[in-house]
Design a protein around this ligand. Structure first.
Ligand code: FE2
Ligand code: FE2
Length: 202
């Protein structure tokens, strides 16, 4: 029974590595919408979107992905340096939240955060994710489902804030993409739960 249930979950969920890539794209998309001459309201909404997505993403990696990689990977250097890198991002997020977008240091602080993010993302996508796909091939779906469930727990109390930032920060044409990570997570979780309950009924 359990193995059939796991197969259903694994088939319907995005893999954990694809969810991580999707999160990275979501943060960088918010950054790509940010222009130096954007209005303060738009800047704040884009920064809030990127910061909240980064906070969820870092917590999900630390709770679910990194511990698994630490037990499997022969070289844990990338995982080890990831935690202090997340903490440095949290420090910059704290600075941005304490500033108004009209502050002369706002643009520069956001650029510094995105520079750190791009470096961190490059390491994960060229080292950690390929390692995970080699070492965890049969668990990628199960871990993806675990990450989706936890994401929904984290996002539910912040749903209104996420919606407001998306509406203020993104032009209509890219709004669907901006909300993509959250919507996709919800969609796949719904499919997974429906699949499981359908299976239980039969
Ligand atoms: Fe990370
Ligand atoms: Fe990441």
């Amino acid at each position: 029974m359990n193995s059939i249930k796991n197969t259903v979950t694994n088939t319907l969920s995005p893999t954990i590595t694809n969810m991580i890539r999707m999160d990275h794209t979501h943060v960088l998309e918010a950054f790509h919408q940010y222009e130096i001459d954007s209005s303060p309201q738009t800047k704040k909404a884009l920064v809030n979107t990127a910061c909240l997505a980064l906070e969820f993403h870092s917590q999900l990696e630390e709770e679910i992905f990194y511990p698994v990689m630490r037990t499997l990977a022969t070289d844990t250097a990338t995982v080890d340096k990831s935690i202090p890198e997340h903490n440095e991002m949290r420090r910059l997020i704290g600075e941005l939240r304490a500033m108004e977008p009209t502050d002369p240091r706002y643009d520069q602080t956001f650029m510094q955060l995105m520079r750190d993010v791009m470096h961190h993302v490059a390491d994960e996508e060229t080292t950690l994710l390929p390692d995970a796909e080699r070492l965890l091939s049969d668990r990628l779906g199960e871990l993806g489902a675990q990450m989706t469930k936890r994401r929904l727990q984290l996002a539910a109390p912040r749903a209104r804030e996420i919606a407001v930032n998306t509406i203020r920060g993104f032009p209509t044409s890219s709004m669907l993409f901006a909300a993509g990570a959250l919507i996709a997570g919800t969609y796949f979780a719904k499919r997974t739960f429906e699949g499981q309950s359908r299976h239980r009924r039969t």
